[in-house]
Design a protein around this ligand. Structure first.
Ligand code: ADP
Ligand code: MG
Length: 343
């Protein structure tokens, strides 16, 4: 946190918007008009359909500023929205960011938040084209809306998985959840004794996965290159089991996935052992990995099988067979959803 503190009231709403405008540079040719007018103006590429999604993050519910630096919060608010566009197999193009702020936040703090937003915009080639700023009595609320586009034949929904399809997941699972557990543990230690330095050495990976998740746009581009359109897709925000159940319920199918196929990073495993947790539980129910979960036709298997970032974890069955998890010891257990419960 910088040492100087400028009050929001010194700068005013319009002064703040001017600062924001200067932090994020417009880079997309399809952005005709950005921040500053009553509405933004954007061009939709020929023959494409528009994708539109929004996500709200509320202090105390979705994040805790005790261990979530504002820069990371800004980055994460954008990345989670990009992930929703990726999960439709589309390309994101513009965002708007709306804030409710109390006077607890300084101008410098808001600049930090927007620096994170700007980093994510650069990474995903997005333009910040507007937003809204309002006062709040206490906490911080950040709401991001995102625009993207895709050709109609490339758009992938949740309700179109079919019996026989192969279930795939990108990256590895459970790391973001372990990162959150580590951050919470260190925060408790700090609250008990502020002299204690956080023990975060060799926790970079899991903590990083919690604080700065990466939306898998690389996979969207890769799938386009190898000519694979998944039969269904969703991003993993609430945990693998819960997302898989969305696909199955909406598609009217069943599924079998195998514990011994689930991708787990060694650094996540180390943290699981240290915290004495179950690896299956962490991989099935740990949220916020923002990996992609998708199904493909069997005939597309050859095209993805050598991709190190894609793991096949099971297959789609008829609905009557249910949604099943086959454990390491070959026990068959029904999948349960245990996603994040906010209420
Ligand atoms: P209006 O009164 O028409 O809602 P505002 O004064 O709220 O306009 O906003 C002026 C311009 O600044 C608009 O282009 C709006 O999209 C943009 N803007 C306002 N707040 C933010 C914000 N927090 N982040 C990015 N752009 C913003
Ligand atoms: Mg407004």
């Amino acid at each position: 946190m910088p040492n100087t503190r400028t009050e929001l009231s010194q700068l005013g709403e319009f002064g703040l918007i001017d600062k924001i405008k200067n932090i994020v540079k417009v880079q997309n040719k399809d952005t005709v008009l950005g921040i500053g007018d009553d509405a933004a103006v954007v061009q939709i590429p020929d023959n494409h359909l528009l994708l539109l999604s929004t996500d709200m993050m509320v202090e105390g519910i979705h994040f805790d500023l005790a261990y979530m630096p504002l820069k990371h919060l800004g980055f994460k608010a954008v990345a989670t929205n990009v992930s929703d566009i990726a999960a439709m197999n589309g390309v994101p193009t513009q965002i708007t960011v709306s804030l409710a702020l109390s006077n607890r936040f300084s101008v410098e703090a808001i600049e930090e938040l927007y620096q994170g937003i700007a980093t994510a915009c650069e990474m995903y080639k997005l333009d910040l084209v507007g937003g809204d700023t309002t006062a709040s009595p206490k906490g911080l609320v950040i709401s991001v809306s995102i625009l993207g586009s895709a050709l109609p034949q490339h758009i992938v929904k949740r309700n179109t998985a079919q019996k026989g399809d192969i279930v795939c997941v990108t990256g590895d699972l459970g790391a973001a959840y372990l990162g959150l557990q580590i951050l919470r543990r260190e925060n408790e230690v700090f609250k008990a004794n502020p002299q204690m330095q956080p023990q975060l050495e060799d926790k970079d990976y899991v903590v990083g996965r919690q604080l700065k998740p990466i939306a898998r746009m690389d996979i969207v581009h890769e799938l386009a290159e190898i000519g694979v359109v998944p039969t269904s897709m969703i991003d993993i925000s609430d945990g693998l089991a819960s997302e898989l159940m969305h696909i199955c319920t909406q598609s009217g199918v069943g599924v079998q996935i195998y514990e011994n196929k689930l991708p787990l990073d060694n650094r996540t495993l180390d943290a699981i052992v240290e915290l004495n947790l179950s690896s299956a539980t962490c991989m099935l129910h740990g949220g916020e990995d923002y990996e992609l979960l998708f199904t493909i036709k069997q005939s597309d298997y050859e095209k993805i099988k050598n991709n190190a970032e894609i793991t096949t974890i099971g297959f789609i069955t008829e609905k009557e067979k249910g949604m099943l998890f086959i454990t390491q010891s070959e026990q068959i257990v029904p999948l349960k959803a245990q996603g994040w419960v906010h209420f």
